[in-house]
Design a protein around this ligand. Structure first.
Ligand code: ADP
Ligand code: MG
Length: 180
């Protein structure tokens, strides 16, 4: 299947797996978040101590549904409190106590970055590669400094709903996407 030449697809690399999900309404997005959380839990259970963490880049215009998807994922992972959009704080951390043990999730929103160098200045690099799940809205604002993600989710409007194009760039991401 050829890659969609959509302008919003930021990563030019060939993916290991690409899947399309039709999300005709918000409930469909919430349901996808639930399946994604289950997939994350499954891979963490399978890999145990070897779970390397996961970077997910969320692409899409304002209102595309990126935060909605993150909120659904966090809820399904057992987070009971509020999920604020990190528009001003840039990152919101979550320490979840899951059945599988502690799980750190970091929700980034880089929309307000004026210069990609802010990524390094903010010290965000240290959040990655620590076994945490990093969900990043507006990764383009870091100008490639994030490197290649495990997964890229692109959300675009379609009628009243959305379509999600998911691409995996690592084996961990591929395994996760296969069970969504
Ligand atoms: P973003 O973080 O991409 O700027 P938000 O998640 O904050 O977007 O807002 C998305 C808006 O679209 C919310 O009002 C939400 O209710 C709505 N929405 C989310 N998913 C869908 C969907 N699949 N179909 C229709 N509306 C949706
Ligand atoms: Mg948002």
């Amino acid at each position: 299947m050829p890659d969609t030449p959509a302008r919003s697809i930021a990563n030019p690399l060939a993916s290991l797996l690409k899947r399309r999900f039709d999300l005709p309404d918000e409930d469909a997005t919430l349901a996808f978040g639930g399946r994604f959380a289950l997939a994350l839990a499954h891979i963490k259970r399978t890999l145990g101590e070897r779970f390397p963490g996961l970077q997910v880049q969320l692409i899409g215009d304002l209102g595309a549904g990126k935060t909605t998807l993150v909120r659904a994922t966090l809820r399904a992972l057992g987070h009971a409190g509020r999920v604020r959009s990190p528009t001003y704080t840039l990152v919101e951390p979550y320490s979840l106590a899951t059945d599988l043990g502690p799980l750190d999730v970091y929700h980034f929103d880089l929309y307000r970055f004026v210069d990609p160098a802010e990524w390094a200045d903010a010290g965000f690099r240290e959040y990655f590669d620590t076994g945490a799940i990093c969900l990043v809205e507006w990764p383009q604002k870091a100008g490639g400094l994030l490197g290649v993600p495990d997964l890229e989710f692109t959300l675009e409007p379609e009628g009243e709903g959305r379509v999600l194009i998911a691409r995996a760039f690592s084996e961990t991401g591929k395994t996760c996407l296969e069970s969504c």
